[in-house]
Design a protein around this ligand. Structure first.
Ligand SMILES: Cc1cc2nc3c(=O)[nH]c(=O)nc-3n(C[C@H](O)[C@H](O)[C@H](O)COP(=O)(O)OP(=O)(O)OC[C@H]3O[C@@H](n4cnc5c(N)ncnc54)[C@H](O)[C@@H]3O)c2cc1C
Length: 431
């Protein structure tokens, strides 16, 4: 759309005119595409339900990242090209021209501040920087992206050639800004606040499952109206004192039941560690439900659940909730050691009552091999074990959840065993 608007503004013809026109025209198109991608990014992360259901939060985060880096690089190209183009046209020098730009064109100072904000966001999102920063610090800095987008708008409106000259362009840009801002406000703020107030969720009890895992049971009003399915997650905030504003994503660890929900969390840091100390009655803020690891995308009747570590949480909810016949569901649960297996009684009970085949694979990893198997199975090939444990794997929907590397290994084994990609359903616990 923006390239079409650029073309209709004689963008192409300008390329063949003077060198200054060429630079300025390229500067315009790179700026337009950069701004457009920036808005697409805001929209991608606005948690719009039908977009979220189509891609899944992990895939959206991946695309958001890709679009973000392209947007940033094009924005840099826009700044360089426009400055050089005007420098050539005015027979001036770069420093003088840059100064003139910033001080005499409407909205330019704001755009400089916006560029600084977007630079901070991009630099802190480079993998190496991201690893060093705490998640909360990174997330807080990331919110500056909204400031960056906001600050860059005035210079487009006041000085952008396409904006000034074309009514169609003005309609397009205003509509895009309104849709992106509206989506972020409605879906990231409005609906979570409304659902939180409507359901008034509070903690009812906290149960220890193992050394470092607890289940938080919660109750609330009219929870049967919450449009949540087994396999989905919420971002949870517990009003238990300082630090409550940090949200953490946790999947439901049991099928949603009228009046109650539950999550099960492994202690991995500050946020998850405090769950063990929650008191009954603590108020809970919710954002969600999100996630596409549900029965909605199933293509057949039979299922195989492949879980590792804390990845068992959505699998238990799915096994409780999905419809399937006796013998049509298999669970393979990989854990580091026997004491790390959680929900053993519940899973064995489910196995008996609903006719699920349950395999526990415990033990350390196989050193030097990116395998999903424990060391005790080192003699076997990854896909052979899968085929052996689930002989009709290719006719099942396969749900996978666990640490990233394990998920990659087991998904590869399933695909190598002949599973059609459309029957593989995954949820990542890292974005
Ligand atoms: C979709 C999804 C579902 C999840 N479900 C479960 C579950 O059912 N049970 C469970 O034990 N864990 C689950 N997790 C992982 C859980 O969210 C993190 O372990 C937890 O947030 C760690 O926070 P922390 O403050 O204790 O540790 P920190 O040390 O602050 O974080 C450890 C790592 O957890 C991740 N993380 C932290 N906060 C967030 C956040 N707000 N959003 C996304 N990632 C974050 C980051 O990768 C970070 O590096 C899930 C994660 C995702 C993305």
């Amino acid at each position: 759309m923006v390239v079409a608007l650029w073309l209709s503004g004689r963008g192409l013809q300008s390329l063949a005119a003077t060198p200054a026109d060429l630079l300025m025209s390229l500067g315009r198109v790179t700026g337009l595409v950069a701004a457009d991608l920036l808005l697409i990014q805001v929209f991608l992360m606005a948690r719009v339900p039908w977009i979220e259901r189509s891609y899944g939060q992990d895939e959206l985060a991946r695309r958001h990242r890709l679009v973000g880096f392209w947007s940033f690089n094009l924005m840099l190209a826009h700044i360089v090209l426009i400055t050089l183009g005007y420098t050539l046209a005015d027979h001036s020098d770069v420093v003088h021209e840059t100064w003139k730009f910033v001080t005499s064109y409407g909205g330019m100072l704001l755009a400089v501040a916006g560029t600084a904000a977007l630079t901070v966001v991009t630099v802190t999102s480079v993998r190496a920087a991201r690893r060093v920063l705490r998640y909360e610090s990174w997330h807080l800095l990331h919110l500056y992206a909204y400031v960056g987008v906001g600050l860059s708008i005035p210079h487009e409106i006041w000085t952008g050639t396409d904006f000034i000259t074309s009514p169609l362009a003005r309609v397009y840009w205003w509509a895009s800004y309104l849709v992106a801002a509206g989506a972020a406000l409605v879906f990231r703020v409005g609906i979570p606040v409304w659902r939180t107030l409507r359901h008034g969720i509070t903690v009812t009890s906290v149960v220890r499952e193992s050394n470092d895992v607890v289940t938080v049971h919660m109750g609330g009003r009219g929870l049967h109206r919450l449009p949540v399915q087994a396999g989905q997650f919420f971002i949870w905030r517990f009003l238990d004192g300082p630090g409550w504003s940090r949200g953490n994503p946790y999947s439901l660890s049991g099928a949603p039941r009228p009046g109650r929900v539950q999550i099960t969390a492994k202690d991995l840091g500050d946020g998850s560690g405090r769950l063990a100390h929650l008191r009954p009655g603590t108020k809970v803020l919710i954002e969600g439900p999100y996630g596409r690891l549900t029965g909605e995308h199933r293509v057949g009747d039979k299922v195989a659940m492949l879980a590792c570590g804390i990845g068992i949480t959505p699998m238990r909810a799915l096994l409780e909730d999905l419809p399937y016949k006796r013998g049509d569901a298999t669970l393979i649960y990989r854990a580091r050691s026997e004491p790390d297996v959680i929900f053993r009684n519940e899973l064995d009970e489910l196995g008996r009552t609903r006719g699920i085949t349950v395999h526990y694979l415990t033990g350390p990893r196989i050193p030097g091999r990116g395998s999903w198997l424990p060391h005790s199975h080192a003699r076997w090939r990854d896909n052979d074990v899968l085929r052996r444990l689930v002989p009709d794997l290719t006719s099942r929907d396969v749900f996978v959840c666990g640490p990233d590397a394990w998920m990659e290994a087991v998904s590869k084994a399933a695909l190598d065993a002949g599973l059609p990609a459309g029957q593989l359903h995954q949820e990542r616990f890292t974005w």
